[in-house]
Ligand binder design. Structure first.
Ligand code: NAP
Length: 282
């Protein structure tokens, strides 16, 4: 296996597994999973994500519905729509595109989604389960990191992993998932001292800070495994948090940007909908 951890290749493997799963169900006369993705308003990033979700879901044989709502929708109306989706037996997974327009109570709206249909792991109940190491839908970016490592046959148990970044969507949940896999995890942030030394002593470094090319050759050694989560725009190009050209020459394994962590997230979201379908049927 080469030095570059190829997210696209791993994503394609998982896509094949999903396709096969759905095909087998169809052969047995069983329906595919159905996802409803809600977009309130027309935030540029969210429009891109929802269109991409639709494209991937349909290509794998899922049913997918976009629920496009006006940005001036009343909160009660949005809550009612979510409740209707919660009680619709034909709907397995609900995705809510974030951020919501100003004026809407994001936390309340997220937590109205039924945890059994919350395939993006946004609700407090599912996040609580994740932190208690109970079965739940894994949040896509943290799950992508774990999947890239595991499918590259990188053992996590007992490894020293440094996570740089402590956001609620990446740093904290990935640290918890790594801990659930029996890694020894150090979480670093903007106030961490001697970050270079801490990183150099690690087996695996996950960097999610949104600072292009931050992690240079001074942070790594020849045995380091580097997972780059960053996706900043630099001179019109999507750029990771790692100075790839320099670091790649030294380390054992590394993910590229693009084509690393981000290449898997939508695929894993669709995979969660297959799990949701089974939960819905039981
Ligand atoms: P965020 O909420 O802005 O959090 C950034 C974290 O980085 C904070 O915890 C911050 O520390 C820490 N940090 C900032 N500068 C630092 C420094 N110099 N040294 C050490 N730590 C530092 O970011 P996020 O939402 O987690 O996203 C991080 C990056 O991942 C962004 O580029 C984002 O676009 C990308 N991302 C990619 C995907 C994907 O699918 N590929 C998904 C989500 C996010 P403090 O807490 O001390 O401020």
């Amino acid at each position: 296996m080469g030095k570059i951890i190829n997210g696209k290749e791993i994503s394609n493997d998982i896509k094949e597994e999903i396709k096969e799963y759905i095909l087998k169900r169809k052969e047995l006369g069983l329906r595919p999973p159905k996802i409803v993705s809600i977009l309130v308003g027309n935030d540029g990033g969210s429009v891109y994500y929802i269109n991409n979700q639709e494209k991937v879901a349909l290509s794998l044989g899922c049913n997918f519905e976009k629920l496009l709502l006006n940005e001036d929708i009343l909160e009660e109306e949005l809550l009612k729509k979510i409740e209707l989706l919660n009680s619709d037996k034909e709907v397995d997974g609900i995705i809510l595109q974030l951020p919501l327009p100003k004026g809407l109570n994001e936390k309340k709206i997220i937590n109205t989604i039924s945890p059994t249909k919350d395939i993006d792991c946004l609700t407090y109940i599912n996040q609580g389960k994740l932190f208690c190491n109970e079965k739940t839908y894994l949040p896509c970016t943290p799950n992508s990191i774990i999947t890239l490592l595991e499918r590259s046959n990188i053992e996590l148990e007992g490894k020293n992993v440094v996570v740089i970044g402590r956001s609620n969507i990446v740093g904290k949940p990935v640290a918890q998932l790594l801990l659930n896999k029996n890694a020894t995890v150090t979480i670093c942030h903007s106030k961490t001292r001697s970050l270079k030394e801490v990183c150099k002593a690690a087996d695996i470094i996950v960097v999610a800070i949104g600072k292009p090319k931050f992690l240079t050759d001074e942070y790594v050694n020849s045995n380091s495994i580097i997972i780059d989560v960053g996706t900043s725009s630099l001179n019109g190009k999507i750029t990771g948090d790692v100075d790839f050209e320099k670091v790649e020459q030294i380390v054992e394994k590394i993910t590229p940007v693009p084509g690393g962590v981000g290449a898997l997230t939508t695929t894993l979201l669709i995979k969660n909908s297959c799990e949701a379908l089974e939960n819905n049927e039981n």
